[in-house]
Ligand binder design. Sequence first.
Ligand code: SF4
Ligand code: SF4
Length: 357
Amino acid sequence: MAERTWETIESGTPDPMPFMHPVMKKNYGKWVFHNHPKPGVLYHRAENGDEIWTVKAGTQRQMDHYTIRKLADIADQFADGFVRFTTRSNIEYMVSDKNKVEPLIKTLTDNGFPVGGTANSVSMIAHTQGWLHCDIPGTDASGAVKALMDELYHEFTHCEMPNRVKMSTSCCEINCGGQADIAIVIQHTKPPKINHDLVANVCERPSVVARCPVAAIRPALVNGKPSLEVDEKKCICCGACFPPCPPMQINDPEHSKFAIWVGGKNANARAKPTFHKLVAAGLPNNPPRWPEVSQVVKKILNVYKDDAHSWERLSDWVERIGWPAFFEKTGLPFTKYHIDNWRGSRSSLNASTHIRF
Ligand code: SF4
Ligand code: SF4
């Protein structure tokens, strides 16, 4: 049978073998242990004594080709040309020669790529596309991440947190992003404004009606033209109607805000996975540095760093001290927006597959 080549596969996960460092390929499934000699570096030993070091550095994720060429040149010089990117947009170099590890770290640092993000550090923030690529963002996730990571540089390059801190940023309320110890998510606070002149030309109305999770959208005739209307009392301002129907504009410089959620975790380690919970809402969407968001995130991180026991993830810490103590210690105001546990969702959520008219 002809060997499958990665070039011909256009979907799914590509075969990792062609991209793997020869030492990793040779010892696939035969690694005995790994340890963490210093921030940003992992050491792996194989059964036959082969060794390899992983050196992790932060990148800005959205890079011009000069930057990518620079990173590739560094790989040619120190890592036999092999790299990989992590889900948090860190770059990892695999180095089989111990003598190249420190020169690689120096070269990366001198070129502005901080080495770190391993073990109990604050790793790079997993984030979404923002204004550059997506057609529905209410903010620029990449920009907010850059501004925040500039302020968390020390926490990336040092391992001083009680446990790993994974963060995410999402530039709409409904799509990318994900569970994280601290998640920064856009928050719309007003229902969409409908441009009735465009709806009939641009939107497939039944799909838009079906999109709404609380059945707040109905077809309507406006000025003799087929359009849509929103029951604003029901609308939860989620923004789900905007992607299939851009004339239902929900992004707004004043009313699209930021919210911070805390305590999410995908891993099964030590405790079961958890959903993050809302802890701060209505923060201004304030480019280019989003100082109000940074301030709240840093406040949470500082209190967690001082108060949590070793190896407690953020969710474990909150579980131990309780949410009232979390709000007390962080000084974040506890408001009526924090207590909706969706008990009413059976009657309000649009759980049916039928399209309603
Ligand atoms: S989070 Fe939403 S707006 Fe941002 S890139 Fe993903 S789909 Fe687009
Ligand atoms: S989809 Fe979301 S934003 Fe649009 S009308 Fe329904 S609840 Fe409101």
